[in-house]
Design a protein around this ligand. Structure first.
Ligand code: HEM
Length: 439
């Protein structure tokens, strides 16, 4: 379990930072067990459950043997009402997000997202050289601000995006609240976003009561108008907290996904050409200037397989944590109540037992029935599986359609190093040279 207090945290984060989180796993799997081993991370005794069996166990025992657990940096960074714990607040956020997204919002939002993407291409992709990391951050933030909050002012979007970036950097830091630390910056940034959102919420409440906006046109109105089983409306403070969490969880994961899609398509011309062929066919089937529709997404089978292969090889989230809520036995070992548990997507994504020749980029793995259950888990699984996965699919496919039908591109740094802090990213932000297609 490593050193007193710090345990094996330094080694874990050093592997993450060097872009090889799977190495932390494989070293210990070889030494101890392919099913479970113990370690100490983030100052907590922790059991690492490996393979599809481990994922299945954790995902199907939520609320029975385990519950979601967040590192203390995360619980301290996000402001919440005094009487609410982070468990309750994530349950609330997933409930509200799922009810918002199910009201066929995704169908309605496909043309809106397409229009935002087209504006974004005109504004941010009009130079021959761009940094992918930078432009995709602006895109995902613009979409989130528009769909969740109806904020369109680019300066406001930029300011919020920068602050949420600081929040992300602090989430996996040591929770030391000293000036100059990533943790302190994250707390300040999270509070600043919260304050800004409180103003937006007050204004919207006025607009709704004066009927100057039609309800419920975005997630914010949806939250303000939704009441719980006791007829109570959600307090403004809690709504702001939930939106800070969503802006955090729902944009940086997408930035990572889009950045690596651009990287792999630059490196693999055959895959790029096949995506181009599929997307051009869809573009040709439409009238000039006709927007993408939800139905078009189902024709993007190959493109989605490519996106899935990117999520397999470079999962935006390396995994999440649970806590044992009772003593239990797993694979012959007792795991005591209070111990933390960790699942890592790399434990299955890079395992040749489930994905033969795992380092090879092979979109056909997702054809037919696809990978075996509990092996492909970029969005987690079970009752805590990411509720934003369909929204993410929409953002990714709208992005791929627009970028591929307009450009091909090449990387400007051939072997740019990848690191994770905590999300994976190319160290220099993936600078590329754009080549627009002939009209
Ligand atoms: C490529 C993009 C994304 C990836 C890879 C991703 C991945 C994940 C993962 C791994 C989890 C944890 C699941 C678990 O512990 O079993 C999660 C949870 C969550 N995600 Fe995402 N996510 C993405 C996009 C989004 C988006 C766009 C939103 C919102 C619009 C979102 C909202 C959430 C929320 C609210 C949770 C917490 C759910 C809970 O605790 O019950 N995510 N996501």
């Amino acid at each position: 379990m490593g050193w007193p207090l710090i345990g094996e945290s330094l080694e874990f984060f050093s592997k993450l930072r060097n872009g090889v989180p799977e190495k932390f796993l494989t070293d210990r799997i070889t030494k101890y067990s392919s099913k479970v081993f113990r370690t100490s991370l983030l100052r907590e005794p922790m059991a690492m459950l490996c393979g599809a069996e481990g994922n299945k166990f954790l995902f199907s025992n939520e609320g029975k043997l385990v519950q979601v657990w967040f590192p203390s940096a995360i619980t301290k960074i996000f402001p919440r009402s005094h009487d609410e714990n982070i468990q309750e607040s994530t349950i609330k956020v997933r409930k509200v997000l799922l009810s918002f997204l199910k009201a066929d919002a995704l169908h309605k939002y496909t043309p809106v997202m397409d229009a935002v993407m087209k504006q974004h291409l005109e504004r941010d992709w009009n130079q021959s050289q761009i940094k992918v990391g930078h432009v995709v951050t602006r895109y995902t933030f613009t979409v989130a601000c528009r769909l969740l909050l109806s904020i369109e002012d680019p300066q406001k979007v930029e300011k919020l995006g920068k602050r949420i970036g600081e929040v992300v950097e602090g989430t996996m830091s040591l929770p030391i609240n000293f000036p100059g630390t990533a943790f302190r910056r994250a707390i300040k940034a999270s509070m600043a976003v919260h304050k800004e959102l409180e103003g937006v919420i007050r204004q919207r409440k006025n607009d709704l009561s004066e009927k100057s906006v039609l309800p419920p046109h975005d997630l914010l109105s949806h939250m303000l108008l939704a009441n719980d089983e006791n007829g109570q409306f959600m307090p403004e403070f809690d709504i702001a907290s939930l939106i800070v969490g969503l802006l955090h969880g729902g944009t940086h994961t997408l930035n990572a996904a889009l950045t690596f899609i651009m990287m792999y398509l630059a490196e693999l011309p055959d895959v790029y050409l096949e995506v181009l062929r599929e997307q051009m066919e869809i573009a040709r089937s439409k009238e000039p200037r006709e927007s993408l529709k939800w139905e078009d997404l189902s024709k993007m089978r190959y493109s989605w397989n490519v996106a899935n292969e990117v999520l397999r090889l470079t999962p935006p989230s390396f995994g999440t944590f649970r806590e044992a809520i009772t003593d239990f036995t797993y694979a012959g070992y007792t795991i005591p109540k209070g111990w933390k548990l960790h699942w890592m997507s790399h434990s299955t994504h890079k395992n040749p037992q489930y994905f033969p020749n795992p380092e090879k980029f092979e979109p056909s793995r997702f054809e037919g029935n696809g990978p075996p259950p509990y092996t492909f888990v970029p969005f987690g699984g079970g009752p805590r599986m990411c509720p934003g996965n369909e929204y993410a699919r929409l953002v990714i496919l709208v992005f791929m359609h627009n970028v591929v039908t307009k450009f091909r591109w090449e990387k400007l740094i051939p072997n740019e190093k990848i690191l994770s802090d905590p999300l994976p990213r190319p160290t220099q932000g993936l600078p590329i040279l754009l080549h627009p297609h002939n009209p």
